[in-house]
Ligand binder design. Sequence first.
Ligand code: NAP
Length: 300
Amino acid sequence: MLTGIHVAFIGGDARQLEVIKCCIQLDATVTLIGFDNLESNFTGATKKPLTCDVLKDADALILPIVGTDDNGFVESIFCSKQLQLKQEHVACLKKHCVVYTGMAKPYLRNLLSAEQIELVELLERDDVAIYNSIPTVEGALMLAIQNTDITIHGSQSIVLGFGRTGLSMARVLHALGARVRVGARRQEHLARIYEMGMTPFHISDIRNQVTNADFVFNTIPSLVLTAEVIAQMPQTAFILDLASKPGGTDFRYAEKRGIKALLAPGLPGIVAPKTAGQILAKTLSRLIAEQTISRGNQHG
Ligand code: NAP
């Protein structure tokens, strides 16, 4: 339970509603900043403006998935006013207050470190990234089906990268009956791909591997699908780049060659905002409870 803990939210999208719901259920004191247009009124939460007076009592401050932009602006689909998190706001947080976000830009990191406020980036955590791979893969399948005229079953599918998203992507394609090849660079990954019944290849061999590809799913956040690699692909291939912006594809060259290539960021929030919100809620509520216990131990 989060009884006696004050959780303040600044902005967000549909995912944040699941987190708010969870905090209220766990009996936290919940303050909502930047939710002026939110229609479903959460009983047990209070809407407030972004002021020091409101922030000074918070034990946890929860920002949206992309915490702030490069100038401190926080996005909220529930508010038409601009929300800018400034040094003066952070300065009035209690020293034990922890700020949670999906991923932080340097602006937010610098702001918080100047005031020695702890920052937790949820998307960097293995557990969140693995849970998030579930809606990501479902969204990727949806886009693959929508953008091609062949089945995934029986297709020549290539997955690049064998991390938290790549492994889930490869497993699901394999289960659907695709002929799956996975490009990775670590020997233990190549061994695991083989053990799972798929075909591994070293990423340095990518040019030879793509010559008969129907689908290429990239999860490597570096330029791996270069013009030289794309030049080897059949024109009917479909590239779905799941890696964070700018992705790992030379999109300019793909377009020039007439190969369909899409960058598809933020799929969990698009295809399954409720599940994506529940993933965040589960982890956040546990982290806030742990934060409170460890603070209690320090004081006791
Ligand atoms: P991850 O667990 O860190 O996996 C990344 C993979 O890329 C690892 O296998 C890593 O290999 C490999 N890699 C990195 N740099 C490489 C390079 N230069 N050459 C060859 N391989 C390289 O990350 P993740 O959680 O799977 O996420 C992957 C990407 O997808 C990230 O950019 C993430 O932001 C994005 N993402 C997007 C969505 C979406 O909705 N589109 C959802 C979730 C995540 P090593 O293990 O050898 O380093």
